[in-house]
Structures are given as structure tokens and as C-alpha cells.
Design a protein around this ligand. Structure first.
Ligand SMILES: Cc1ncc(COP(=O)(O)O)c(C=O)c1O
Length: 271
């Protein structure tokens, strides 16, 4: 499937693009099933919030219609939407009001070993820590070097994901996922006010749990809490939910709440 730039088939952007130069932009990775972008409203909501916080000038209606058209043509797969602040004229300084550049890329459906979902995964304990930057926290911006460094820490196929802490040692998320704990019936996920990406699937899991009457909390999480958790799982908008079996010396069994939420998310993603 051809990529699109500003609504036209294209497979390159100008060398002056600020996404390339500075990571000055945002992205969304969206699962597409039978031509429909899954959880589109949540993706566009996060994108709008990112545009507002970074003062990126975008047309939400145009972006929605392009995503819908691209997804319809893609059929089944993964759609990546990038917005950059367009071309750079002079260093870091921005041209107020300049419209974003819209980039759409399609790829085939993601394929992961089915055992990740059934038996659960191992998390690699990453040494790379997340920096605390409240101005960027929660956003899916194009600066992802911490994740690149963290993902380079392991090469073996034994570990499907990595665990990332912040500089103060709080448990934040996975390298490409958010993390949930079940502690005495409470569903807990990290507060992302200082760092981390506020995942679309994390928001969906929190909403689904609340609808089921399950108590939920968003709070700082210590390694001790993680170790003592009854269940642990990771999630993102492409693979859904993977139960976590172990991370270094810590281990957990796959529990009933993880299975319940996994079933709901599987139905959403049709997997
Ligand atoms: C660093 C990071 N955190 C969390 C997530 C999960 O986000 P989402 O649920 O929107 O896919 C991702 C997804 O790629 C990510 O890269």
C-alpha cells in the first residue's frame, strides 16, 4: 500500500522536515480491521491533545477523513499516522500558524507468537530510564530515543517486552506498551504526569474495567508493589493485552482479571 503525504500518494518528505531534524511532531499507530481503524476516537483525541500542547496546527476533520479513507484502502493491517511541523526554515524556531505535514503509512497486520497472549510474556528489566518531562509526558511524540536505547538492551526471543522505570525508580511502562497491575482486586496503572506515553489501549482498559465495576487507580508504582502484584499485564493498541509471567527475579501467574480484560480487548481488535 502506497504511503500518503498531505493526502497524496508519495514515499518521501523534504529533507528540511522538522520531524526528521528534531522529532518535531506526533504519531499514532492504529490497528485496522476490515477497513476500519480500531479505537479511532481515542487515537484522534490523543493527537488533538498533542497538537494543543505542542502548538501544532492541524485540521482534525481533514485528518479523520484521510485516516478513514486510508484504512478503507488498507483493509487489514496497521496504519501509522505522523504529523510533523512541516519544513524548518531557521534552526529550532517555529513559524507560528504553519500547517502540519500529514504522513500515512500502511503495513500488514502485526504477527506475534500466539503464546504471548495465551501463556504470557517475559519482561526484560531495562537499565535505560525514562527522563521526567511533564511538558511532553503522555504524548506520543516523534522523539523515541529512550525506547530505541531500551529496545537495544536485549536481542533474545525469550523477552517479548521490556520494563521501563523513571529516573527516580518508579515503574512506568513497557518499551512499546503500558503496564497494569492487579493488587487485591484493584487495577492499577502508572501515573504518566512526568513521563511515559498515555496509551490508547490503557485508556480503553481503564474504561472497560470501570464499566465492569472493577476498582481502578492511576498512581505512582514502586518496584515493591510490582513484585507483590497478583497479576501483571501489558497492553497496546496493536496486540491488545499480553499477560506478564516474569521480569528478572519477579514472577506472576496469569490471573482471572487479566483474562477477562483480554477477552474484551480481543473482541475489539477481532483477534
Ligand atoms: C512508549 C509507549 N508506551 C505505550 C504505548 C502504548 O500505546 P497505545 O496503547 O496507544 O498503542 C506505546 C505504543 O507503541 C509506546 O510506544
Amino acid at each position: 500500500m502506497h504511503s500518503w503525504v498531505d493526502g497524496q500518494p508519495a514515499d518521501s518528505v523534504p529533507l528540511k522536515d522538522r520531524g526528521l531534524a528534531y522529532g518535531d511532531g506526533l504519531f499514532e499507530t492504529i490497528a485496522v480491521k476490515a477497513g476500519q481503524p480500531v479505537l479511532l476516537d481515542r487515537h484522534l483525541h490523543r493527537l488533538d491533545e498533542g497538537c494543543r500542547r505542542l502548538a501544532l496546527v492541524a485540521d482534525p476533520a481533514l485528518i479523520r477523513s484521510e485516516v478513514l479513507a486510508y484504512a478503507a484502502a488498507l483493509g487489514d493491517g496497521v496504519l501509522k499516522l505522523m504529523l510533523t511541523r512541516g519544513d524548518s526554515l531557521r534552526g529550532y524556531g517555529i513559524t507560528p500558524g504553519a500547517p502540519v505535514r500529514r504522513i500515512l503509512l500502511g503495513s500488514p497486520p502485526a504477527t506475534y507468537p500466539p503464546a504471548y497472549g495465551t501463556d504470557g510474556i517475559r519482561l526484560f528489566p531495562c537499565a535505560t530510564r525514562l527522563s521526567e518531562q511533564p511538558l511532553l509526558a503522555g504524548l506520543k511524540h516523534l522523539n523515541r530515543l529512550e525506547q530505541v536505547l531500551a529496545r537495544a538492551e536485549w536481542q533474545d526471543a525469550e523477552h517479548a517486552e521490556g520494563l521501563m522505570l523513571d529516573r527516580s525508580g518508579r515503574v512506568i511502562e513497557g518499551v512499546f506498551s503500558n503496564l497494569f497491575l492487579v493488587c487485591n482486586g484493584l487495577l492499577l496503572t502508572a501515573d504518566l504526569a512526568r513521563c511515559g506515553v498515555a496509551g490508547v489501549m490503557r485508556a480503553e482498559v481503564l474504561a472497560q474495567a470501570q464499566a465492569l465495576g472493577i476498582p481502578v487507580a492511576v498512581a505512582d508504582i514502586s518496584l515493591e508493589q510490582l513484585q507483590q502484584a497478583d497479576e501483571v499485564f501489558v497492553c497496546n493498541s496493536v496486540y491488545g493485552i499480553w499477560p506478564v509471567r516474569d521480569c528478572a527475579a519477579m514472577s506472576w501467574s496469569v490471573g482471572p482479571l487479566t483474562r477477562k480484560l483480554q477477552g474484551i480487548v480481543r473482541a475489539l481488535l477481532d483477534i
